[in-house]
Ligand binder design. Structure first.
Ligand SMILES: NC(=O)c1ccc[n+]([C@@H]2O[C@H](COP(=O)([O-])OP(=O)(O)OC[C@H]3O[C@@H](n4cnc5c(N)ncnc54)[C@H](OP(=O)(O)O)[C@@H]3O)[C@@H](O)[C@H]2O)c1
Length: 142
């Protein structure tokens, strides 16, 4: 076999390998772009007990990511303050509902309003509750 034929063969093999590499790289880039676009969709988040300390800090993270929020709490004034803060922090939207969670007959309505306001539901954070005081805890243990 002539030396020039060997060189030409090697060059075309390299060119073919490069073409396959470029095609697979383009496919990976497209797949990554699709994945990123999916992650950029705002999450639709329902937060029950939205005025709790834990809920407020968690909600700030969601807001910073531009997520859509629906906040439920029993104290209207505190709820409005929290909602205003999350709006400023970048939430895509902030819906609110005043509800004492002990009114269990209103839970279905709450879920319906949340789903309507958010356009669906991805995440639910249930944060309302009452921590026992140290005195109560020590009574339980002694
Ligand atoms: N912080 C901790 O170290 C810790 C540890 C373990 C578990 N937890 C639990 O995690 C949850 C959140 O903790 P946190 O420290 O963020 O609590 P937090 O700051 O004391 O807040 C509790 C929240 O629950 C709300 N709430 C209570 N009863 C309600 C009702 N019937 N309807 C509507 N809202 C009601 C309160 O509303 P108002 O503001 O109107 O009173 C308040 O916003 C609680 O369930 C707590 O027991 C906390």
């Amino acid at each position: 076999m002539k030396k020039t034929t060997v060189v030409a063969g090697a060059i075309s093999a390299i060119a073919a390998a490069l073409a396959i590499f470029a095609k697979s790289k383009q496919k990976t880039t497209e797949q990554n772009a699709l994945r990123t676009a999916r992650f950029r969709q705002p999450r639709r988040v329902l937060i029950v007990g939205a005025t709790s300390a834990i809920a407020q800090e968690t909600a700030k993270e969601f807001a910073a990511d531009g997520d859509k929020l629906f906040l439920v709490a029993r104290n209207a004034d505190k709820l409005q303050v929290v909602a205003n803060d999350l709006n400023v922090r970048g939430a895509s939207s902030v819906g609110t509902m005043v509800l004492d969670v002990n009114d269990t007959h209103r839970h279905v309505d709450m879920l319906a309003r949340a789903a309507e306001s958010l356009g669906g539901l991805d995440v639910a954070l249930i944060a309302h509750g009452t921590l026992r005081t140290k005195k109560l805890v020590s009574k339980v243990w002694h």
